[in-house]
Design a protein around this ligand. Structure first.
Ligand code: 13P
Length: 251
């Protein structure tokens, strides 16, 4: 059966020193307790190596927030999937709405990034989600469906390695969470789209995380929904106690 997962997305926050301290705090809190989900932190590129050295990979997974769409070569400033993997990271967030919105990422770039992530043994956390206008005009199911379908060139074996994160853009960093019902409805839709392409077994085994103003006070209600398999956490992942409060929603 699919895994429950709580993943942090630190975005462009913390210095290396602050990040290592935060990672250690999360790692130690996890090691001291018993948790019913996998926990991952996705951190800035600069933090990957020192954070990998500061945490126990059996306790806390580590990921990047992006990777390049090219394998290697003359792409000044870019960081490849193989570089990310060589730090010891096991995950990479792809297609976050901030990347789509500010850096022009589209289905073609994301297909290339996903291929390279998988080829380098990374587990993609693939983000989808509609903007407010699409929520309001009722096109949100179609929008998210087409974002998921960008991955449908993948063979079944490769698709089965993907974690999907549904992040309604209007709920990110706004304090405005999707209701548990809205999240459940979309997660069920995503799962049925996956089932239509890859069959029920792969759809049932795909972890689908919710992201967007998730916090300790609403995580339990969201995670109680049958198709919500955890969260991708922004702001609340930047403090160990609030992040752990979300992890504990599975206890
Ligand atoms: P917030 O939790 O800050 O709303 O961010 C969600 C997010 O974008 C995680 O990737």
């Amino acid at each position: 059966m699919r895994k429950n997962i709580v993943a942090g997305n630190w975005k462009m926050n913390t210095t290396v020193q602050e990040g290592v301290a935060l990672a250690k705090e999360v790692n130690d809190a996890l090691a001291a307790g018993k948790n019913n989900c996998d926990v991952v932190i996705c951190v800035p590129f600069t933090h990957l190596v020192p954070v990998a050295g500061a945490i126990d990979s059996k306790v806390l997974g580590l990921g990047a927030e992006n990777c390049a769409q090219y394998d290697k070569g003359a792409y000044t400033g870019e960081v490849s999937a193989s570089m990310v993997a060589s730090t010891g990271a096991g995950y990479v967030i792809l297609g976050h709405s901030e990347r789509r919105q500010y850096y022009g990422e589209n289905n073609d770039t994301l297909k290339a990034k996903t291929r390279l992530a998988l080829d380098n043994g990374l587990t993609p956390i693939f983000c989808v989600g509609e903007v407010l206008e699409e929520r309001e005009n009722g096109s949100y199911n179609d929008v998210v469906q087409s974002q998921v379908e960008a991955l449908f060139d993948l063979a079944a074996e490769d698709f089965s390695k993907i974690i999907v994160a549904y992040e309604p853009v209007w709920a990110i960093g706004t304090g405005k969470t999707a209701t548990a019902e809205q999240a459940q409805d979309m997660h069920a839709h995503i799962r049925s789209v996956i089932a239509g392409k890859y069959g029920n077994e792969i759809a049932d085994n795909t972890s689908i995380l919710y992201g967007g103003s998730c916090k300790p006070s609403n995580a339990r209600e969201l995670f109680a929904k049958p198709d919500v398999d955890g969260g991708l956490i922004g702001g609340a992942a930047l403090k160990a106690d609030s992040f752990m409060g979300i992890v504990e929603a599975f206890n």
